[in-house]
Design a protein around this ligand. Structure first.
Ligand SMILES: [Zn+2]
Length: 346
């Protein structure tokens, strides 16, 4: 069938995104065609648009891994949903049969892929996805709010609960409250009873960070977050850090961590080769843990909390998909607090 999509044939600035009519194949075995209602942006969209050398794309490529909509058609043998069902799409794709997949750790699958990264994404009117990637949308949760949730929820769930092992006895430092993952991580850490310190880049964002749940907010452009973390913890340092910034910030995250604490790294937007003084790591017995995405089970586990609004989306900008270039510019220039969500088929 023919459909409208925002595609890219080459990599570069927002101008490489183009609206075009393209052909979508019928859903294959155990696939489901979803009519996309909304698709949210992630930093991944920017990296893929700019181009990453190790990823092979099939052009025209569609970005977008945070996808919600309604079931439009079922491929042969597809299970679990019916036409018209409101659904959330799991961002991660995996083989389903390897040891990691059957253990419920599909984000460790050797064939793990992500919609919009190394598989086609949701910047389009429709997308075909495996039936195993669909979750029922809770009643009362609108498409725009729902689209803001999948990737950041499963990423924050694994990082805060499984890797960070956050509990009520902990003070947690979560960088950049306005980022998608951090805005959900703050809420999860609060639900676990922890005390949360977060950072923002400008004073106008302090109130927003507090509204999400941060107990203490540091304006990192004006204050040294290591000194502030020490001050706020009677010189002890924080028990857990969620760091998706990398670079010098990661070096300082290690310094802000208490003896025996944990630093969870989920990304490196500011540089992937920090200089870490290992004496701080071994002598103070700090654990450094890597975390990428989360399993399908993590998102399924979080759904009841999404349904009853104990975890709320933080949406900063809503645009028609056909204005995706504007959304890319806003996220790139850090002009937005919360998720950029594109509406489709409205
Ligand atoms: Zn697998």
């Amino acid at each position: 069938m023919k459909m409208q999509a925002m595609v890219l044939d080459r990599h570069g600035g927002p101008e490489v995104l183009e609206r075009r009519e393209i052909e979508l194949a019928d859903p294959g075995p155990r696939e489901v065609r979803v009519k996309v209602a909304a698709v949210a942006m992630n930093h991944m969209d920017l990296w893929i648009r700019r181009g990453l050398p190790h990823i092979k794309h099939e052009y025209p490529h569609r970005l977008g891994c945070d996808i919600v909509g309604t079931v439009d058609a079922l491929g042969p043998g597809a299970r679990g949903v019916s036409a018209g069902d409101r659904v959330m799409v799991q961002p991660g794709l995996s083989c389903g049969v390897c040891a990691a997949c059957v253990a419920g750790r599909d984000n460790l699958c050797k064939q793990y892929r992500i919609h919009g990264e190394n598989a086609q994404g949701g910047y389009a009117e429709y997308i075909n996805v495996p039936d195993a990637n669909l979750l029922a949308l809770p009643d009362g949760l609108g498409f725009v709010d729902a689209a803001a949730m999948p990737l950041c929820t499963l990423t924050a769930w694994q990082a805060i609960i499984r890797k960070g092992k956050v509990g009520p006895q902990h003070t947690v430092l979560i960088h950049a409250a306005g980022s998608g993952v951090s805005s959900i991580a703050i809420q999860i850490a609060k639900l676990l009873g922890a005390r949360v310190i977060s950072t923002v880049g400008s004073p106008e964002k302090v109130q927003r960070a507090r509204e999400i749940g941060a107990d203490e907010v540091i304006v990192y452009t004006q204050q040294d977050f290591v000194a502030e973390c020490k001050r706020l913890t009677a010189k002890r340092g924080v028990d857990v850090v969620l760091d998706h910034v990398g670079g010098e910030v990661f070096e300082k995250s290690v310094l802000a961590t208490a003896w025996g604490g944990r630093v969870v790294t989920v990304g490196a937007t500011a540089g992937y080769a920090p200089n870490i003084d290992l004496r701080h790591v071994f002598f103070r017995q700090i654990e450094i843990l890597g975390s990428t995405m989360g399993s399908k089970g993590d998102l399924a586990e979080a759904m009841p909390l999404i349904a009853d609004r104990r975890i709320k989306p933080v949406v900063g900008m809503v645009l028609p998909l056909w204005d995706a270039r504007t959304g890319h510019e806003a996220l790139e220039n850090r002009r937005v607090f919360g998720k950029v969500v594109f509406e489709v088929n409205t």
